[in-house]
Design a protein around this ligand. Structure first.
Ligand code: ZN
Length: 273
């Protein structure tokens, strides 16, 4: 994995969300976990060579951020909405989908059980591990249950999917107005190094582009509503927004589905459905 600062290591080039870990004077804390079981195994071996893993912090409710929790026997911390989402996820369906991710995956999924968050927060929480401070701040936008995780001593923020850096933005569960508030909240932080939910490491310089794209999405769907399109018509006819950025790693071919899901969600949001 890529070393970002003295104690922060990240992975941004595999299928699923970006994730990372922080080496402290009293063990290791992982932020989000790998989506693919085979990647989780590799990361587990890497971490074991560096110290004892103490906690996992999840940044949001989407499965690519918490699937890999199960491969690590440590307590998980997350927004309470992440726990609720996991409790409502069908285990068999989840495992069946993961098994399609590659030839190595089915065997690694034998006996798979969810590793749920056992410590949850609503608005925020601060955790001290060794010489490091982990500040979790609720920042709804991409979903209602996003959190930014600040690693104070390292100047690093794991932003969750409120930032998609140079890859397709998923708005299938988004509140675009709160997302724009989240972008401004990120801008006000002291920390300058951002680990986005997807895409390469970035900084505050990308916030304008991310915010503008969320706003453009909202205006695009609003235009269809103003023309009198029904939801079905909007989902079928709006196609232009997903040609701007590539899909993230191993998501090729998914752009039309993302287009439909984003358009449908924003249509519901804008019409109050
Ligand atoms: Zn997400």
């Amino acid at each position: 994995m890529q070393q970002l600062t003295s104690n922060v290591f990240v992975e941004t080039e595999v299928r699923g969300c970006n994730f990372g870990y922080v080496t402290t004077s009293d063990g290791i804390v992982m932020i989000d976990s790998p989506h693919k079981p085979s990647v989780a195994q590799r990361v587990k071996a890497e971490i074991e060579g560096k110290g004892q893993l103490r906690y996992i912090i999840n940044t949001e409710p989407h499965g690519d951020h918490w699937t890999g929790n199960s491969f690590f026997d440590v307590p998980v911390i997350a927004h309470e909405g992440v726990r609720t989402r996991m409790l409502n996820t069908d285990l068999d369906e989840h495992v069946a989908r993961l098994a399609t991710f590659g030839p190595e995956e089915p065997k690694l999924l034998e006996g798979y059980q969810f590793n749920y968050p056992v410590i949850t927060f609503k608005n925020g929480m601060t955790m001290h591990v060794g010489d490091h401070t982990f500040q979790m701040i609720h920042m709804p936008g991409h979903t209602p249950y996003q959190a930014a995780i600040l690693i104070k001593e390292e100047g690093v923020v794991f932003t969750s999917d409120n930032i998609f850096h140079g890859v397709q933005t998923w708005l299938h569960e988004a509140n675009p107005d709160l997302w724009l508030v989240a972008v401004e909240s990120l801008r006000k932080l002291d920390e300058e190094i951002f680990v986005p939910g997807h895409g390469a490491i970035c900084g505050k310089g990308y916030l304008d582009e991310q915010g503008a794209f969320v706003l453009e999405w909202k205006e695009y769907v609003k235009g269809a509503i103003d023309q009198g399109m029904t939801r079905d018509e909007a989902v079928a006819n709006l196609t232009k927004m997903t040609d701007r950025y590539p899909m993230d790693v191993e998501q090729d071919g998914m752009a039309p589905m993302v287009m439909r899901m984003n358009a449908g969600n924003l249509y519901d949001y804008l019409t109050g459905a």
